[in-house]
Design a protein around this ligand. Sequence first.
Ligand code: NOJ
Length: 565
Amino acid sequence: MTPATNASSTESTVDGGDMLAPWWRRGVVYQVYPRSFADANGDGTGDVNGLRARLPYLAELGVDAVWINPWYTSPLNDGGYDVADYRNIEARFGSLADAEAMISEAHELGIRVICDLVPNHTSSEHEWFKEALAAEPGTASRARYHFRPGRGENGDEPPTDWTSVFGGPSWTRTTNVDGTPGDWYLHLFDPTQPDMNWTNAEVRAEFVSILRFWLDRGVDGFRVDVAHGLAKDMSFPDLGEATGDILVSEHKDNHPYWDRDDVHPIIREWRAVLDEYEGDRMMVAEAWVRPERLPLYVRPDEYHQSFDFDFLTCEWNADSFRNTIDTSLAQARLVNSTVTWVLSNHDVVRHPTRYGLPQGTDWRRWLLDGPHDILDAEAGKARARAVILLVLGLPGSSYLYQGEELGLPEVWDLPPEVLDDPVWTLSEGTRKGRDGCRVPIPWTADGASFGFVEGDTAAAWLPMPASFGPLSAEAQAGVEGSSLELYRSALAVRKMHFAADEALTWLESPDGVLAFQRGSGAQVWVNVSGGTAPLPEGATLLVASHAEVAKNGALAPNQSAWILP
Ligand code: NOJ
């Protein structure tokens, strides 16, 4: 097998592509969870200046954009998805001036910036909600949220049977100014996250204004939280079942709050605003909906992208991957969109751990319930290396979650006393929540916080395991065969061979092996089977997930390669 000496010496030109496509159609976006990325001010919590200091690292990695999880003023009851002021930065993360500096420094390095828009709910600390609580029932201040009288003789039963995504009821009763029990308000998530009423004109106008506030500051786009949940059935019927986890795409038809048709006029209004601005501004939806419903969200006058969560939830199984890829590509083509691939984010168990679990394991439950000895961490690690060449080899856009380039696994054994996710308390200790994928990033091989806290002067806000030292960016940078170097070369080679067009042709391959060719002629081979799979003879190896591939000219189980036949 002929190895390509290195990424930059592989000067193959790509033909047949449309190089003028807007950047986001094929862009690679790096997700930053600001609380856990890098801490510049030494308080143990990540911040905007920490992110600014690491921008050169992201530029070297080769990503096109960063998506920053909510950085706005917030009590951080739900990691910032409880926004108290959409036009300012949480003091623990820095200032608005820091954010403006970050946006312009990122742009100087050729990195676009995507903010998180949280329109389904505010924090209970938001001025509007405080005003609503102080106001009488039936007033305009209350009409921005969903306040309803309770049921039962004294109104002491919730207005509907809806339950919170995090656990417990989705209604909380208020107390009137005179101290008597009052109406109830809706919160599909934490009680400190009251849902907004999207039939209210003031709410709609406010979010247009928020979009403009950040667009005027140069942001390139928005990731929209709970994009499928804004519209509620205003007759408030009972649901007849628990809400369950948000991370589920199967909902019954005409669900009273998930995936209702009324969300689409809202999206179109925002899209018109973005289209007024120059420079390919974009929006990506977090919409957990059935695959056949997803294209509705990415119609030409709606969102530009919507995460493909069906791909994220695929088992380590060739049929599962191939069927999802085929369905997703076909659905995207229907509306002339591309697919937005993603393997991990701040809400799910990190994929090296997911792929180390036997098929069929419910990884959310496994965190707490175990048994933990079924985890094959080595297989998971190998599969994570293999799958990134699948993802980055596919047509469309990809989102990487901070630390996945380092191969970080889930920290599934965090002790209960450090858990911060409201899921833990609201589920009354029956679901462990999402802290294990939010453990801070190790930047250096040593130190109390592995360099997460500048100068290691304090411990990180969540404990970091000793195993993170050897996985740090410092320990991997420049080390041939490290996960970081694999990502760096894959991102460089992707630009040359996989980013110019959206064609994909499946190739003949042994059972359990995914193989396809892209418009440039470059091929992607991923061995999801239990046996060895030879690569085509005489091929040039562009990138391999594992060093032995070059020597063997074949893929062992859990290995992958990009080749030129
Ligand atoms: C989805 C976000 O990704 C998650 O972190 C958050 O808890 C919920 N939406 C509520 O905002």
